[in-house]
Design a protein around this ligand. Structure first.
Ligand SMILES: Nc1nc2c(ncn2[C@@H]2O[C@H](COP(=O)(O)OP(=O)(O)OP(=O)(O)O)[C@@H](O)[C@H]2O)c(=O)[nH]1
Ligand SMILES: [Mg+2]
Length: 394
């Protein structure tokens, strides 16, 4: 039985190739945490202008950027240098990434290499048709306005080009620790959190488990998320591990203490456990999360069983601004019944008015981020009969 299952997975399912890229100082440091003996981790490519920092990183693939521009030093907070470095090494980057289907780019925003280099790098990845998630680390409040502004400008740019951007504000990650935590401990905590999220995502996508997440599910969530997602992860051991994970995630600062889940239009729930994870426990975890989510939210689920895993990992991806194809059921579409309980054929109900059709719901979907075509003060994207207030006769 076991061998026929393996045969099936090998022949019928193509496992997507996933690469994690660490860009700049924070990106390279965060991906180093991926190298732990007990974790399954994807291929890692670290890229940095700073040769010393790159040399000390553990990634199996490493690329020094812009050697003739920075001579092995950092970009000194200059975004233009970071951008030029990526352009200068475009060919080498292309060779390293083109065999992959999906990239998670981990980058700290606000500095030169990461903030300057991330937008052209993402554009290159998308040109190569690689599904691109950006895990963007945002600066602490105390780092000052200049860093904050640089980070915000890059973030806006990335949202317009990556398939999805997931923000990890250092300030919020800081809340995961105790009150008197040191900066070093806070960075470590943040990097550890990121690595758990990356490894869980990798495991769910790459091991076709009981209820394996299809690559197209992840693609659909990313592509319909309007560029913005949130991610929260929890790992626990012991008999009560599943419930502890749910409890932790529902109070996680990464999901604004559960309120983001309640506001999201699409939610991906991924569970990884060992062979002791019973079906009833899986069902309970899904139910507890789904109860908090919006009733009409699109739910994606994945379960992966790893016999060597200690405990349970629970990963939640939420998208507040999802514009995927929803099944819209309007009040007026419910079948009308006569006094004998018989369905009245469509067309006979004469009380249908336009406001029942819920047209407002579609107003700001796929093209909400695009600016309108305004000529002489008139928005040409609005249909003429509405713009000119022309009454249509029955
Ligand atoms: N979580 C985490 N965040 C970090 C770490 N190091 C830096 N950061 C954050 O990342 C932001 C960008 O810093 P860097 O990654 O050093 O910038 P860079 O891309 O190397 O740019 P240059 O140094 O100008 O070449 C900082 O403002 C910090 O908020 C780290 O080790 N972990
Ligand atoms: Mg740096």
């Amino acid at each position: 039985m076991e061998s026929s299952y393996q045969h099936l997975t090998q022949t019928n399912l193509r496992v997507p190739k996933m690469l994690t890229i660490g860009l700049g100082g924070a990106g390279c440091k965060s991906t180093d945490v991926l190298y732990r003996e007990d974790e399954v981790s994807p291929d890692v490519l670290n890229m940095h202008t700073n040769a010393e920092s790159l040399d000390s990183s553990k990634a199996q693939l490493r690329l020094q950027l812009g050697t003739s521009l920075t001579h092995g030093l950092s970009a000194g907070g200059d975004l233009q240098i970071g951008s030029l470095c990526i352009q200068q090494d475009e060919e080498a980057i292309r060779d390293l990434v083109e065999a992959y289907d999906m990239v998670i780019l981990v980058v700290g925003l606000g500095g030169g290499t990461g903030s300057g280099g991330a937008p052209p790098l993402v554009k290159l990845l998308r040109k190569l048709d690689i599904l691109t998630f950006v895990f963007a680390i945002l600066p602490f409040d105390f780092e000052g306005d200049n860093r904050k502004r640089q980070a915000e400008a890059t973030l806006a740019d990335l949202k317009g080009h990556a398939n999805a951007v997931v923000c990890f504000p250092n300030q919020r990650l800081f809340e995961l620790g105790h009150k008197n935590i040191s900066l070093n401990q806070a960075f470590h905590l943040a990097d550890d959190y990121l690595s758990k999220a990356i490894c869980s995502m990798y495991e769910l996508c790459s091991s076709p488990g009981l209820l394996g997440l299809d690559f197209s599910d992840v693609q659909s969530l990313a592509e319909n998320s309007h560029g913005t997602c949130s991610v929260a992860v929890s790992v626990n051991e012991g008999a009560d591990a599943g419930s502890q994970c749910v409890e932790e995630l529902l109070s996680s600062p990464m999901l604004e203490h559960g309120s983001l889940l309640a506001k999201s239009d699409a939610v991906l729930i991924g569970i990884i456990g060992n062979e002791n994870l019973s079906l009833s426990k899986i069902k309970r975890i899904f139910n507890e999360i789904i109860t908090v989510a919006k009733p009409e939210a699109k739910i994606y689920t994945g379960v992966s069983i790893d016999k060597d895993k200690d405990g349970v990992s629970l990963l939640l991806f939420t998208s507040e601004d999802w514009f995927g194809p929803k099944e819209l059921i309007y009040e007026s579409e419910k079948p009308e019944l006569d006094e004998n309980g018989e369905r009245i054929p469509a067309g006979i109900q004469d009380d249908l008015i336009q406001s029942d059709l819920g047209l407002e719901k579609n107003k700001n979907m796929k093209y909400a981020s695009r600016s309108s075509t305004v000529i002489n003060g008139e928005d040409l994207d609005i249909p003429t009969f509405i713009r000119k207030n022309i009454k249509l006769s029955n």
